[in-house]
Design a protein around this ligand. Structure first.
Ligand SMILES: NC(=O)c1ccc[n+]([C@@H]2O[C@H](COP(=O)([O-])OP(=O)(O)OC[C@H]3O[C@@H](n4cnc5c(N)ncnc54)[C@H](OP(=O)(O)O)[C@@H]3O)[C@@H](O)[C@H]2O)c1
Length: 254
């Protein structure tokens, strides 16, 4: 494990949406919202974390690999004493996961499935050793997920979706940074998937997030919102792993 469980965990949420706020459309194909430059920056974000979390819905919809593909970024991790790839983590209530999906089959890094304690046994049998299955007492909240992962030594968690999982963390206010990429087009009536926020952030509109930076990556605008969770962090606080340059970035700190 990459860090001691005593270190405070940094949680970055990442989402991309259209101008009208949609994170996907109704087609069977994945909606590409990010520019190439933004996708490269996401690779850099992955290279800075200990673990990447997505919900089971994203695994079923997109079958993502969740790996770092850029060799210089992998090399930088190794130089800094980190494993080549971050741990992959997913979350399910039903256990409806395909062990043949890329999440499980691609890469040798550890894969973790978080689920209610009641489905641990059946899920272990279904996954047949392809992942570590960890039960969490219901209700599974972002706070409980963070606690479990911190106990396992995760120091920097990168949450890449999808809608329900991001909504969980946003609603509870369990994040330090929210990286929002806005694509320069509308999805319109074919749009699906918007945040479903409950609890804290919606209930308290006085709690305005601060903006760490606004960047133009290709044609995609990336805003880093900062959330204090009782302490001050900036986008750059944890950027110690890699100084690999990412081309075509125009950055405006505000
Ligand atoms: N634009 C973006 O940035 C972005 C990023 C990622 C994904 N997406 C899109 O988002 C869509 C998928 O969204 P989604 O909301 O279905 O996916 P999701 O948030 O990745 O996964 C939702 C699933 O996670 C599990 N889950 C969530 N909260 C839970 C909890 N508290 N306890 C236990 N399990 C929990 C459940 O799995 P089970 O159903 O297995 O119980 C739930 O159905 C896709 O269209 C994908 O393309 C967009």
């Amino acid at each position: 494990m990459p860090a001691s469980s005593n270190s405070p965990m940094h949680i970055c949420l990442s989402a991309a949406c259209s101008i009208d706020g949609y994170m996907d459309d109704t087609s069977n194909q994945r909606l590409i919202l990010s520019s190439d430059e933004d996708l490269l920056d996401i690779q850099r974000e992955r290279s800075l974390c200990d673990a990447i979390l997505v919900g089971a819905g994203t695994l079923r919809a997109d079958n993502p690999r969740l790996s770092i593909r850029e060799p210089p970024l992998v090399d930088a991790r190794l130089r800094n004493g980190l494993p080549a790839q971050p741990i992959k983590i997913t979350l399910t209530a039903t256990g409806n996961l395909d062990p043949n999906g890329q999440f499980f089959q691609q890469g040798t890094q550890e894969k973790i499935v978080l689920c209610p304690t009641g489905v641990v046994t059946s899920l272990k049998s279904r996954l047949d050793g392809w992942a570590t299955v960890i039960g969490i007492d219901a209700p599974i909240t972002a706070r409980r997920i963070a606690h479990v992962l911190q106990e396992r030594g995760v120091r920097h968690l990168f949450v890449e979706g999808g809608v329900l999982v991001l909504s969980l963390f946003l609603s509870e206010g369990i994040f330090d940074r929210f990286r929002l990429a806005i694509a320069p087009f509308f999805v319109g009536e074919k749009g699906i998937s918007r945040f479903q926020l409950q609890h804290a952030l919606v209930a308290n509109r006085q709690e305005r997030l601060s903006i760490g930076s606004v960047r133009l990556l290709g044609d995609t605008t990336v805003i880093d919102y900062l959330h204090s969770r009782g302490r001050q962090t900036t986008r750059h606080d944890f950027e110690t792993v890699s100084d690999t340059p990412v081309s075509s970035i125009v950055e405006t700190n505000v």
